[in-house]
Design a protein around this ligand. Structure first.
Ligand SMILES: *Cc1c(COP(=O)(O)O)cnc(C)c1O
Length: 414
């Protein structure tokens, strides 16, 4: 029955199995390991002849319920929940690439992903080329014999640029390469991996999917549509023979995810399964609050510029409207011309919290240049669109009149 439900109903019911004593919330199975009556039964599970749990690093019933729901929400496939969004990205990339390989990545990435690609992976003989995600020809012409994957975000954070993902998918597929999409900022509500044509979708579930800022988590969704039977991926051969379309998930689960060990904690999986139920309602409010604040800031005499794809004069407006169903997300950025006044605005806010997160029910702000992007040089900051006066706002779900009053009062102090 579950696959026939519509999206908003899947948020509530997807992947849920009847719980003990009629429980309707997913039970928290807070156990590291799982016992079997006989040596034969455990051997069968280890050999894959029987389905069962062994050890929570490899799988856990609470986490599996979350994985089933997230896979259904992305339009089908298989999901692996991880300890964090960064764990999801690291596990995905390590499953696909080997030393000597190249990654083509968007130049406008979340800071942690940029640092993973620029600093950590380079120590393992992996080259990452950063390309403006709006420059489709740049992506096409940068593909060479060593390229193994393309990686982009649905909406760049904090640049808020909106690449044409379906066209990027075409470019990747023409070259026999998978497209990995980080859809944290848009969530499956604004567009699914299936509608975008992505092969693998990753999310930081710490953000909108959790919705209340209560735990860190991530997920990898393999849509099972990429052909891994290719000379580019000889390390997939044994998995392809047995698991065909799901060779990626098999290699990730049986090798990289198991060995890296960045598994989701059962309690966090429970919080996510609860939190995600209200995602569609929350996203509506995040988006409408963002549009309302963007319009007010746009007219404000003390505001130098506003960046929100939902504003009609945004260069991203048309493509964002097309890909995300006329909804433009809960993030906006604006500037007051200089760092000192940006700090004054942040210090003047009462309702909005100054912290390093997005996607909470509460409205959040941060000054990226001095915090999450402080380690980048001037050229990198420019590439990511991080100016000294930029304030990033993650709109919460409060009454938008209170949010607007908060920003108007804070701007008065400038
Ligand atoms: C937060 C975030 C991540 C990293 O997720 P964590 O859960 O913090 O590890 C990755 N991508 C995007 C777009 C994010 O916003």
């Amino acid at each position: 029955m579950q696959t026939t439900l519509r999206f908003d109903s899947l948020l509530v019911h997807g992947g849920l199995e009847p719980g003990p004593a009629g429980a309707t919330s997913v039970p928290i199975v807070q156990s590291s390991s799982f016992a079997y009556e006989t040596a034969e039964a455990l051997e069968d599970v280890f050999r894959g002849r029987a389905v069962g749990q062994v050890y929570t690093r490899l799988g856990n019933p609470t986490t599996e319920a979350l994985e089933r729901r997230l896979a259904l929400l992305e339009g089908g496939g298989a999901a692996i929940a991880t300890a964090s969004g960064m764990a999801a990205i690291t596990t995905t990339v390590m499953t696909i690439i080997r030393a000597g390989d190249e990654i083509l990545a968007s130049s406008s990435l979340f800071g942690g992903t940029f640092s993973l690609f620029r600093d950590t992976l380079s120590n393992f003989g992996v080259t990452v080329r950063f390309i403006d995600p709006l420059d489709l020809e740049g992506f096409r012409s940068a593909i060479n014999e060593q390229t193994r994957l393309l990686f982009v975000e649905t909406v760049g954070n904090p640049k808020l640029d909106v690449p044409d993902i379906p066209l990027l998918a075409e470019i990747a597929h023409q070259a026999g390469l998978p497209l990995i999409v980080d859809a944290t900022v848009t969530t499956p509500c604004l567009a699914t991996g299936a509608s975008l044509g992505a092969d693998i979708v990753v999310h930081s579930t710490s953000k909108y999917i959790n919705g209340a800022g209560t735990s860190i988590g991530g997920v990898i969704i393999d849509r099972g549509v990429f052909d891994w039977n290719s000379q580019k991926f000889p390390h997939f051969e044994q998995f392809y023979k047995k698991y065909r379309a799901f060779a990626f998930t098999a290699r990730a689960r049986k090798l990289v995810h198991k060995d890296v060990g960045a598994c989701a904690a059962p309690f966090n999986s429970f919080l996510l399964t609860e939190g995600i139920q209200t995602l569609a309602l929350r996203m509506e409010r995040h988006c409408s609050n963002a549009l309302a604040l963007a319009r007010i800031l746009k007219r404000h005499p003390k505001v130098a510029w506003v960046n929100y794809p939902g504003l009609e004069d945004s260069p991203q407006h048309t493509i964002a409207g097309k890909l995300y169903g006329g909804r433009y997300g809960g993030l906006l950025t604006f500037g007051t011309g200089e760092k000192a006044s940006a700090f004054k605005v942040i210090n003047g806010l009462r309702l909005a919290k100054n912290l390093a997160n997005i996607g909470d029910a509460k409205t959040l702000v941060i000054h990226p240049a001095s915090t999450i992007c402080a380690d980048y040089n001037a050229e990198e900051k420019a590439l990511m669109g991080v100016t000294e006066d930029l304030i990033r706002v993650s709109l919460g779900i409060e009454d938008c009149r209170d949010i607007i009053e908060d920003f108007e009062k804070a701007l008065d102090s400038v």
